[in-house]
Design a protein around this ligand. Structure first.
Ligand SMILES: Cc1ncc(COP(=O)(O)O)c(C=O)c1O
Length: 386
């Protein structure tokens, strides 16, 4: 019997090594990786510049703690700030921790700038923001909260993309922040309506409410833009990041505009490991690669190719969603069954909600492997229909 807790329903395979878009099991059998560890290894496995940065840093120093200056952390913060909206950064180790910090910042803002009168956080049904208490509290899904109620009392949930519900929710004048994903990843790659997003931005500006964008899954090139908000012509006040920012070395970050970031004074928040030299060395190698000429353009064109192939070849009853290489496919079949069938054909994909699966190949995948994965996927869906 395993000594592990049974909180994961795992697929019956384990991997010994990986290279580029492929993972290999102990016997050397290859699997084409359209999961990327749930959009984490966006540069593929064993990507040379990242591996080299990790090796070199490990030989110097892995961890010192935030008791001391960490030059690599400042360098990485400058790069992310410059690539986004010029905010300030806090580093942590996961997506939930990044959202936890975002929620704490929002509460600080409500308590200090609005004298405690603003405390409510509005979030969307079918969202996913993490499994810690505060982040589970804004994750408006019964199946995630089941068994852990009562949730913190300051949350209010509204249907995604419902402007009237949004207006009704903010009318009470007690809202400090609105948190959302631009594509609900766990919710099946459901896109935000531009009108809804613009209305949130307008209301936030008018009422001094903070807009928190959870870009844990959508950020870092996945949509063909460095950050998904750049698709919509708006900027958040706070953005959370994680997953791919160090290509698999655990790392999370919050970026916040100065008016909010300045509230995190010494002692208000922290993390022992957050932004340690090893993670930052990996993070710098990742962002340097993604900001290289044409990297993001290539993601866009690969995304278009993949979508075109899927739209032309999938049978009726399937819907292809998403942007860049953030692709969701709604099928008539149970997502887990689709993922299992793909696994049996040596293709890794990610199940999601809303009868959808996610296809998240590495962003630097070559065209042959991209189409090979798409062909396997289409053949699986066709077989399931027989
Ligand atoms: C949008 C989003 N936010 C937050 C999280 C939580 O991240 P983590 O599992 O690293 O805590 C996830 C994880 O899938 C996510 O997709």
């Amino acid at each position: 019997m395993s000594s592990l807790m049974s909180n994961y329903g795992r697929f019956p395979v384990s991997f010994a090594y990986g290279l580029g878009a492929y993972l290999y099991d102990e016997k050397g059998t290859s699997y084409l990786d359209f999961a990327s560890g749930i959009s984490v290894t966006n540069l593929g496995h064993n990507f040379e510049p990242v591996t080299k940065a990790i090796k070199e840093q490990a030989e110097k120093v892995i961890h010192t703690s935030n008791l001391y200056e960490i030059e690599l952390q400042s360098r990485l913060a400058d790069k992310i700030s410059k690539a986004s909206f010029g905010g300030k950064l806090f580093f942590c180790n996961s997506g939930a921790e990044a959202n936890e910090a975002a929620i704490k910042l929002a509460r600080l803002y409500g308590n200090t700038i609005h004298y405690g009168k603003r405390y409510k956080i509005i979030s969307m049904y079918n969202s996913f923001h993490g499994r810690t208490y505060a982040t589970m509290g804004v994750t408006a899904q019964e199946k995630i909260q089941q068994g852990f109620t009562p949730m913190p009392a300051y949350n209010q949930y509204i249907p995604f993309n419902d402007i009237e519900a949004l207006k009704a929710a903010v009318s009470l004048n007690d809202t400090c922040a609105i948190i959302l994903e631009l594509f609900q990843g766990e919710g099946g790659v459901m896109p935000v309506d531009t009108e809804f997003l613009k209305e949130i931005r307008r209301i936030c500006d008018e009422q001094d409410i903070l807009m928190i964008l959870d870009e844990v899954q959508t950020g870092y090139g996945r949509t063909g833009h460095m950050f998904a908000y750049q698709l919509f012509g708006i900027e958040p006040d706070i953005m959370s990041l994680s997953k791919s920012i160090a290509n698999g070395v655990p790392m999370g970050a919050v970026v916040a505009k100065d008016k909010v970031a300045s509230l995190f004074t010494a002692g208000t928040h922290g993390s022992t490991f957050g932004g340690n030299p090893l993670a930052c060395a990996a993070g710098i190698a990742v962002i340097d690669e993604m900001l290289r000429d044409k990297f993001l353009d290539n993601v866009k064109s690969k995304g278009n190719k993949l979508k075109e192939y899927l739209n032309n070849n999938l049978p009726n009853g399937c819907t292809v969603k998403g942007e860049g290489l953030l692709i969701g496919v709604k099928t008539p079949y149970t997502p887990k069954d689709v993922a299992e069938k793909c696994l049996s054909k040596n293709l890794l994909i990610v199940p999601a909600g809303n009868n959808s699966v996610r296809l998240y190949p590495p962003l630097n995948i070559n065209d042959d492997d991209l189409i090979k994965g798409a062909e396997i996927f289409v053949s699986v869906i066709k077989e399931m229909g027989k």
